[in-house]
Design a protein. Structure first.
Length: 228
């Protein structure tokens, strides 16, 4: 089995869980709606993906929820995450999927709506020539991470910091892998990221992106939008 598999690592959008840096500005209810709209963008990409898709919800209790997210016609596997920090969870998820015969894996989260079809296509091509492909995020993290081989141990990396992207690339190089860094993209963690979305998605014709754009414009003060 040599297809490239898209793995969506996500949390179920509920009030009080995830995106806590947005809660201070928007409150819990609006933040939950933004989180759902962000997830919808990632699901939009999963529907368009030409190949197998894995949805990896944060816990086993969300298995049935995750199984309901994409059309039944789509080839989807549900593989809940285990416990631990993000690095530990990614390592365990990666091991499980590779034991099932999957080899080339592209991991995305649910907070990088700036990813485009061109980004995914560039990743596909780069993964034919390199062991690891990363799309850096503007905040120093990563918007996408792909590999032909099992990830090295990721538990000790500086997750949720502006040093993650560099640390992850260095970790893979120390493992002896070739690393391709593609064009930087932005993700959404803070209020400034939402303002950036207004400019990024204004002319994006994809349905879920337009819905996210409309929602963010509704929640942000018009004077802030005009400044974008």
């Amino acid at each position: 089995m040599d297809e490239i598999t898209l793995v969506l690592v996500c949390k179920r959008p509920v009030m009080g869980v995830g995106k806590q840096r947005l809660v201070a500005h928007f409150g819990m209810e609006k933040t939950q709606k933004i989180a759902q709209a962000l997830l919808n963008c990632a699901l939009e990409d999963a529907v368009s993906w030409d190949g197998p898709v894995v949805i990896a919800p944060a816990s086993y209790k969300d298995h049935d929820w995750a199984a309901s997210l994409l059309p039944l016609s789509k080839k989807v596997k549900i593989q809940p995450q285990t416990s631990g920090n993000l690095g530990q969870r990614l390592n365990e998820l990666d091991r499980t999927l590779r034991q099932d015969g999957l080899k080339k894996l592209i991991f995305i989260g649910s907070d990088a709506p700036s990813l485009t079809e061109s980004d995914y296509e560039a990743c596909r091509h780069a993964l034919q020539r390199h062991d690891t492909v990363l799309i850096p995020a503007s905040d120093g993290g990563v918007a996408l991470m792909a590999s032909r081989y099992p990830w090295p141990e990721l538990a000790e990396l500086p997750w949720s910091t502006d040093r993650l992207g560099v640390a992850l690339a260095d970790c893979c190089r120390r493992a002896g892998w070739s690393v391709a860094l593609l064009e930087q993209r932005s993700d959404v963690d803070e209020m400034a990221d939402c303002l950036r979305l207004v400019a990024l998605l204004r002319n994006d014709e994809r349905s879920a992106r337009q819905q996210l754009y409309t929602l963010v414009c509704e929640f942000i003060d018009k004077t802030e939008i005009e400044a974008c």
